[in-house]
Each structure stands twice: as C-alpha cells, then as structure tokens.
Ligand binder design. Sequence first.
Ligand code: ZN
Ligand code: ZN
Length: 279
Amino acid sequence: MNNLTNYHSHSTFCDGKAPIEDFIKQAVKMGFSSYGVSSHAPVPFANHWSMKIEEVEPYLNEINRLKQRYSPHIDLYAGMEIDYLHENHHPASDFFAKLPLDYRIGSVHILYKNNTEVDIDCRPEEFKLNIDTYFDGNLKLAVTEYFDKMITMIKTGGFDIIGHADKITYNASTCNPNIREQKWYSEKIEELFECIAQSGLIMEINTKAYNRHGIFFPHQKYFKRIQELKIPVTVNSDSHHPDFINDGRTEALSALKQCNIDTVRQLKNGTWQDTPIQL
Ligand SMILES: [Zn+2]
Ligand SMILES: [Zn+2]
C-alpha cells in the first residue's frame, strides 16, 4: 500500500471547482489507492461555500455511483466536512449522525459574536476587518475562542478526523507575525493537542496552503509534539480543484518522518490502518 491517499476533498456540491468524478479520475490517473470526498456539510445560514440540505441525497447517490464505476481502480469513500457551529449544530448532531457516511471530518470555520457568524477562514484582509468589527481588535480573544471551540468539538465527538487544527493561525499571523512564539498561544495549542491525544481521533496534516505559504495545518513546528503525544495522523490536501489533490503530500510525509512519525492512517477496505510512510 502506498501513501497516495486523500480524505479531504471538495467538489461542485460545495465550493469546489469541479465535479466529484473529475477528482476521482485524477486520483486514479495518479495511482491513488484510496480517496474520500468531503464536501462542506449544510449549515443553517446563507453562504457560498456549503452544500444545500436538499443536495445531501444527490451527493451521496453520486458517490455511490462512482464507487461502483471505479471500484476496480480505487477505494472510494463518502465523507463530509462538518462544522462545529454551536451546541445545536455539530458533527454529533442527529442529522449528521444518521447519514450513511464512511467517515466525517470535524472543522471550525465560524465563530459567533452577537448572534452573527464570523468567518475566520477567509482572506487575511477580511479576517482583520472581522477582528476589528466583532472582537474590538482583540486577536487573542478570537484565537482563544477558536481553540476553545475546537476543544469543545473534540469532546463532543461524532467524527473521525480533526480538520486543519490550527487553521486560524495563518490569518492571525498576518495580524501578529510572532503569534506562535507567544506564551498564551503555546499554552493554548498544547491544551488542544493534549485534548486530541486523549480523544484518540485522527488529526489531519492539511497541505492546502503548503505550496503558497510553506506551512501545514497544524504547522510543522508541532510535529515533534504530535510524535511525543502519539497522535495518529493522516495527510490531506483539502483540494478544491483536481490539479491540487497531491499538493504538499511528499513534503508533509517527509516532515513527519523527520520527526520520527513513521506511519499515517489510511482507509483500506473501510478500516483505518496505520500504514508505514514510504518515501
Ligand atoms: Zn475546512
Ligand atoms: Zn475543506
């Protein structure tokens, strides 16, 4: 079994730029052994990035059709990236728990202030404006709320993979370049990693920003700590276009290996298996 896998992938059912089948064709062409589709799950407010609730059934039907069509060539899985929004909408909510999915990714993209959704996964200029508008310019408060929400999500459960664990930090670092060096930040991320280690959940190494910004989510500076805590990892590209399904994979695998992490978790015949990193 090689390490050509990806379980974080979008499509035109959400904010991806191509139909699911185009991603699968590309994965087969590149020799991927398994591939999971994980469009953004529906959320209860208008937006341009998530699946609509009435699209859930067609989405699952389409993945089933592709599973049959491509089964001799690749192991395909139906996933979803589900937001932890608040205590009434999260991966463990009844609606998501009942869906016939092969796996689920839990992510935080949205914080709430005065009952308003505040997007933290946006362009840096917009992020800065959001911090000024909704957090009175208090970056530490927003970042702390993000990590606390991640921790609540992990404790609530209902999913398999922790999506881009420190996603907010790239945007936050455009406001404060030294944020990762600050004591309060280091303590917060340590609290998150300890919570992840206790949960037994898989943490993704998200390679989406590697080619543009040279960082993974979580940042490579924490790989040593991930090794010490024995957190299981999987490498995902979070691709929104078929051309990017393999971006950053080799770099992530070799950075993990350098920190003595020798295996990644991959799906085989429907089961997560620790698979040696082969470079
Ligand atoms: Zn995401
Ligand atoms: Zn995503």
